[in-house]
Design a protein around this ligand. Structure first.
Ligand code: C6P
Length: 409
């Protein structure tokens, strides 16, 4: 049976914020890269769980506790299936992308990275995939090296083999840049790193809302993302790691739920994934993330990707036609992010004036200061698109930008 056409008008009804007056107008939300809106079915699922199903998990013999544990573990299975991981043992709940990367740095990193070693990162990483490694490098006397990028915002991979030295202990790369929208060829990068025996961590925070991800096909060693960019709630994220690697890594946080036995002399730990999940987890949020995956899969991940691709193309054409506007990030492969600068106008002013018109965008360095330094700009204004945005939203953005230019004339 042919599915009905992708219809953002109907989908928009699931997002009350889009019909709530904002500065006296309906809101135009073009900031899904900072955090996605959560649709009603996901809110409903969390509300239902919290009202009628909630207690702590992995702790009790009560029916309520066993059922809460089942719901929580079903959510983990949904994530496993979403990423096509081989096992739920490879899916570790975290608070988000940032915590997942810190977990890898503090466990895999501390166990494997020593004085004189190198960590190779790309020039377009978010601070979340720089700072944890810098902290570790400082502690260990290791060194960060950087895969350069072109002015268009594409990684320059010509010298990748030379950058992968016998000292390289990990390569970290973002799949989709949060500033430039660039889709990096992570499968190729992983294959080339593996040929030199180097494991790879992929930051998928901006990729999972827009691309179909198969961690086995990518052969990623670690893959991380946040629930709140994926139509789910904040406070929940995922570390995927290959079982063989996770098993060798020491635990990170210690406490309840991650132990097999504790005495004053010694503690022993349970296996995966619990070894990395000390304390009461974000149960409602994990169930919410599972519901978000159901919701997105119900809309069709391929259909979302195709729709957003077309919308980005439309927006790129429209914004390119504005005199005095320069798009930042012109890679051939891009997803859902459109950064720009306006000649003679600071991005913060652009963002504030658009905001008064009910258009929500982000202005700043987007937690990627090295990208700004590389491009020689202090900041950009960034519009980011989701499956509920429409051509009308793009037209409103264009009108808003023209108004900003008029004010600064
Ligand atoms: N980027 C943005 O506006 P957390 O905060 O842990 O959920 O995600 C961090 C993060 C890591 N990697 C990438 C590529 C990201 O885009 C983000 C979050 C937001 O671009 C907020 S700074």
């Amino acid at each position: 049976m042919t599915p009905p056409p992708f219809d953002p008008t109907t989908i928009r009804r699931d997002f009350p914020l889009l019909t709530t007056p904002f500065h006296g107008k309906p809101m135009i939300y073009l900031d899904s890269a900072v955090s996605g809106l959560v649709p009603l079915p996901v809110l409903g699922r969390m509300d239902h769980y919290q009202r009628l199903e909630h207690t702590n998990v992995h702790r009790g013999v009560s029916t309520l506790s066993q059922e809460a544990t089942d719901r929580f573990e079903e959510a983990r299975e949904k994530v496993r299936s979403f990423l096509n991981a081989a096992s739920t043992k490879e899916i570790i709940w975290t608070r988000g992308t940032t915590e997942a990367i810190n977990l890898v740095a503090q466990t895999f990193g501390r166990a494997n990275i020593h004085a004189g070693d190198e960590i190779l990162l790309s020039a377009m990483e978010h601070h979340a995939n720089i700072v944890p490694w810098q902290m570790l490098a400082e502690e260990r006397g290791a060194k960060l090296r950087v895969i350069p990028m072109s002015d268009a915002g594409e990684l320059i991979l010509d010298d990748l083999e030379a950058l992968l030295t016998p000292h390289t202990k990990l390569l970290g790369v973002v799949q989709v840049s949060n500033v430039l929208g660039t889709i990096n060829p992570v499968k190729e990068i992983i294959a080339r790193a593996h040929a030199k025996g180097v494991p790879v961590l992929v930051d998928g925070a901006q990729a999972v809302p827009h691309l179909t991800v198969d961690v086995q096909d990518l052969d990623a060693d670690f893959y991380v993302f946040s629930g709140h960019k994926l139509s789910g709630p904040t406070g929940i994220g995922v570390l995927y790691g290959k079982k063989a690697l996770l098993e060798k890594m020491p635990p990170w946080h210690g406490g309840g739920s991650m132990i097999l036995s504790v005495s004053w002399e010694k503690t022993t730990y349970i296996g995966l994934p619990g070894k990395f999940e000390a304390g009461t987890p974000a149960i409602t949020q994990a169930i919410g993330l599972g519901a978000a995956l159901d919701y997105l899969q119900g809309l069709g991940l391929d259909r979302i990707a195709a729709y957003e691709h077309e919308l980005l193309h439309y927006a790129t054409e429209k914004l390119s036609a504005i005199e005095g506007l320069c798009i930042v990030g012109n890679a051939k492969a891009k997803a859902s992010v459109l950064s720009f600068v306006l000649e003679g106008i600071h991005p913060h002013d652009v963002g504030s004036i658009l905001d008064h018109d009910g258009i929500v965008v982000r202005a700043g360095h987007h937690c990627a200061q090295p990208v700004m330094q590389r491009l020689g700009i202090p900041a950009t204004t960034r519009a980011s698109f989701a499956y509920f945005n429409t051509r009308e939203d793009v037209n409103a953005l264009v009108a808003g930008i023209l108004k900003v230019q008029e004010i600064f004339k």
